[in-house]
Design a protein around this ligand. Sequence first.
Ligand code: GRF
Length: 187
Amino acid sequence: MVKRNTCVFISGKGTNLKNLILKSRDYNFPINIKLVVCNNKKAEGIKLAKINSIPLLLVNTNKRNFENLIIKFLKKYKISFICLAGYMKIISKNFLKNFRKDIINIHPSLLPKFKGLNTFKRVLKNNEKKTGCTVHFVNEKLDGGKIIVRKSFSINKKDTELLIKNKTQKLEYIAFPEAIVKIFRNY
Ligand code: GRF
């Protein structure tokens, strides 16, 4: 199978990146991770790129042209698909105009509910009965693109923010690969 040259964007721990790296070793999984972009020099996920010999681009988002630098690297590595895995920076309209292929994101709530940050806290405060994660296409609206996969679980009375976070992340490791397979199944 012809695998898509993929770039994963991260800002933190990179547990989703780790999971995608593992999955991509499967012959039938439709992506190969050719580049990691990170905007936080202290991110733990950087180690994963290094250990797995995946080229890494560390960007400084305070610099005006940082997205142009990313675009340059995407071209260099012939990237045709982007996964945002905990990338804490909004993708600009200009970037979307320049990279006309698919970009997907994983979000720790059942979108369209709880867009943005601090989802677990807000879910609890709102006395939600269930929560989960969503993988969606990225467009110019924050957490607003077409939904690809959503996975949920019921919230118990004893659930804390941390427990909800852990349960959500476990689901993310299933949902992200599932969404990728779903996107490329029809190609
Ligand atoms: C995930 O919970 C994801 O939903 C959110 O950021 C977190 C990233 O975690 N967008 P990790 O860096 O993959 O461990």
